[in-house]
Structure formats: C-alpha cells, structure tokens
Ligand binder design. Sequence first.
Ligand SMILES: Nc1nc2c(c(=O)[nH]1)N[C@@H](CN(C=O)c1ccc(C(=O)N[C@@H](CCC(=O)O)C(=O)O)cc1)CN2
Ligand SMILES: NCC(=O)N[C@@H]1O[C@H](COP(=O)([O-])[O-])[C@@H](O)[C@H]1O
Length: 231
Amino acid sequence: MAHECHIVVFASGNGSNFQALIDALSSKQFPSARITRLIVNRKKAYAVTRAEKAGIPWEYFNLISNGFQRAGDKDPQHIKEAREKYDAALGDLVLALEERPQLIVLAGWMHIFSRAFLDKVKGEGIEIINLHPALPGKYDGADAIERAYEDFVAGKLENNRTGIMIHHVIDEVDRGDPIMTREIPLEQGETLDQVKEKIHAHEHELLVEATAQVVKGILQGSELHLETEKQ
Ligand SMILES: Nc1nc2c(c(=O)[nH]1)N[C@@H](CN(C=O)c1ccc(C(=O)N[C@@H](CCC(=O)O)C(=O)O)cc1)CN2
Ligand SMILES: NCC(=O)N[C@@H]1O[C@H](COP(=O)([O-])[O-])[C@@H](O)[C@H]1O
C-alpha cells in the first residue's frame, strides 16, 4: 500500500491557510498525505466550519474551558502550571489519535507551546512546523504583520520589505530553523488591510509548498526505514 503522511493541523481562527492545505491535498501534484484532524483552541474558529465542509474530524481543546486554568487567575505560577498541564494533555491527545500524525502544521495557532507539548510529541518522532508572517528573526510573536506595517509607515521597515516563513517549531518562539521564506515588499499608500490580503495570498502558496517539501522528506524517510527493515 502506498505510504501516506498523516497531518494534524492546529488553528485558532479563520483557517484560510488550513483551507489552502485542504485544497492542495486534493490535487494529484501533492505528495501522498491526508489531514486526519483539526485541533482548535477557540470555539468560534471558522477553521471548524472548513473542517466540517471537508469532512475532516476536529477537536476543540481550550486552556480555560477544559479546566486547566481558572478564568481571571493572574497568578504567574498558577498560569505556568496550568499551561504545562494543558500542553501535556494536548500532547497526550495527539499521541492517542487512532491515526497518529507524522506531521503537525500550526496554521494560525495562537498558543505558545511549552516543552510539555514539544518534548512529548517530538519524542515520538512527530515533526511540527509553523507559518509565521515575518522573516526569520523579525517580529517574533503575535501581531507580526501589524508591527511590520507600523514600522513601514514610520519609515523604519528595512528595505521596505517584510515577509513570511514556515519554520520548524522549537521552544523559542519563531526561532526554529526556517524551511521556506519569502520576502514581500510593501508599497507606499498601501493600507494595512491591503498588506494583510497580499501577505495571506503569499502564505497560502508558501505553506503548501513548504508542507509538500516536509511531507516528501517524511515519506522518503519512511521508505528508507521500510527498506532497512527488509534487509
Ligand atoms: N514553543 C513554540 N510555540 C509556538 C510557536 C513556536 O515557534 N514555538 N509558534 C507559534 C505561532 N506564533 C507565531 O508564529 C505565535 C502565536 C501566539 C503567540 C502568543 O503571543 N500567544 C499568546 C496568546 C495570544 C492570544 O491568545 O491571542 C500566548 O500563548 O500566551 C506568539 C506567537 C505557536 N506556538
Ligand atoms: N504568530 C502566528 C501568526 O500570526 N500566524 C498568522 O495567523 C494568520 C492565520 O490566518 P488563517 O487563520 O486565515 O490561516 C496567518 O496570517 C498566520 O501567518
């Protein structure tokens, strides 16, 4: 049977990048892969609607509504412990999936993982990649597009260019090795919404390209493993 790469997508919002992956995987050009689950941490994420339309099972798993953190609790130690318990439970959830993934794609997932998730999942050989709307080493964290645009308007954006990247996920946020990057020039007079629209269009392309590259590597690795086992 042809080997197939199982992908779990994590999202927190609209899911347009998730949709780009759904559409790409239905084409013959994409290497053998299937999105076996969507995981969201926001109940109203439109990504859920996209999953339902595509017949992809989905799971809502939230730090507060699943009881890991009390709403309004501001104690830093409580928050740290709650996040670690949530992350460990989310890792267990992934590892318990009937179709265990070989790849996790963070497509607009707005939660910073602790090592409680990363070590558990990576320890089982599952790769994690993330889409970030900035170039390596620039605008780490949330609201990257808005911050780059603010610098552009203030005449402080280097070469009047921002960009996007897909990178391996490590503990340090947005500092994992880049897989693919793309520079995006900003033009005088562009509004923030126009810039966002332009960036999202590039994201949809690059995320598909980068995911296909990672999937090919996973499939080749599996074939090599199977060959070795036969010897
Ligand atoms: N350990 C890692 N976790 C995550 C990474 C990563 O590289 N390492 N990438 C992020 C995705 N991301 C940027 O690409 C990102 C997402 C969210 C945040 C953030 O500040 N989150 C806050 C909550 C914000 C909110 O709920 O609106 C938080 O988690 O407290 C920063 C960067 C995914 N995880
Ligand atoms: N730091 C992570 C981050 O900012 N990710 C960004 O969230 C958006 C999700 O859009 P989508 O829900 O339409 O795919 C995308 O722009 C993605 O780069």
